[in-house]
Design a protein around this ligand. Sequence first.
Ligand SMILES: CC(C)(COP(=O)(O)OP(=O)(O)OC[C@H]1O[C@@H](n2cnc3c(N)ncnc32)[C@H](O)[C@@H]1OP(=O)(O)O)[C@@H](O)C(=O)NCCC(=O)NCCS
Length: 240
Amino acid sequence: MKIVDLSTQTPAIKEQAAILLVENFDKPTGWPNMESARKEVEQVLCDGFALAMVAEEKLLGWIGGLPEYDGRVWELHPLVVHREHRRQGIGRQLVAAFEVEAARRGALTVTVSTDDDSGWTSLSGVDLYQDLPRQIAEIRDLGYEHPFLFYQKLGFVITGVMPDANGPGLPDIYMSKSTRAISRDHQPAGGSQPAGDLQPTGERQPPEDCQLSPAVEKDILGGLAAFQEEVGRLKGAGGG
Ligand SMILES: CC(C)(COP(=O)(O)OP(=O)(O)OC[C@H]1O[C@@H](n2cnc3c(N)ncnc32)[C@H](O)[C@@H]1OP(=O)(O)O)[C@@H](O)C(=O)NCCC(=O)NCCS
C-alpha cells in the first residue's frame, strides 16, 4: 500500500477515483453520476493536486487539494476511502500527505468544509445566529458518526459554519488547521520526510500544462455564457 500522485496514474486508476466519488459517499452527499465524478477528478487535477492510496492497481482512497486565497489556504476536497477499507488509518494517512503537500506549496492554513446535510450533528435544526461560538464549542455528533469527528481527531478545529447551506437547518461546517501544527505533527525527529507511506510522486505537471478535456471546458464556458446572459438580462431589466 502506498500513496502516489493521482495525476501520474493510469486512466484505469483515475476511473476508479471517479467511481469512489459516486459509490462511497453517504447520500445525499456525493456525486450523482459518473459524468459529474469524472469532471470532478479532472478539475481537481487541473486546479490543484490529488494523492491516492493504491495497492496492487486498486485504488483504496484519494484526496484532493485546491488553492484558495492566492495559495495561502488549501482546501481539502474531496476525500474518500473505499467502504471496505475504512477505519484502517487510510484516511489519516491521506490527510497527513495532503497537509505536507499543501504546506510544501505554501499553505499557511489547510481547510475542509464538511456538510451536515442529514441532521447528523447538534448544529442542525437549530438557530445558528444565536450564540454561535457556544454552539460550535458544544457541537455533538447525534449518533451517526459525522466526519467532523474524524477531522477533529486529526487536529482540525471548527472555524465557522454556513447556516442553511444544505437546506433549512442543514449547515456546512468549516474546519481548519494551521500548517505550523502540520510541520510539528508530521516531521519525524531528525528527518524531513512526511509520515505515512508517501512515495516519490513522479513528475508533476505544472499548472500551465493543465488541459481540461473538451467536455469540461464546454461546461465551464457554457456556465460563463449563461452568467453573462443573465447579467445582460438584469441590466436590461434595470434600464441600464
Ligand atoms: C471520513 C473517511 C475519509 C475516514 O476515513 P478512514 O480511513 O476510515 O479514517 P481512519 O481509519 O484514518 O480514521 C482516523 C481516526 O478517525 C476515526 N474516524 C474515522 N471516521 C470516523 C467517523 N466517521 N466518526 C468518528 N471517528 C472516525 C477513526 O476511528 C480513527 O481514530 P483513531 O485514530 O482514534 O483510531 C471515510 O469514512 C470516508 O471516506 N467517508 C465517506 C466520504 C466522506 O465523508 N468524506 C469526507 C467528506 S468532508
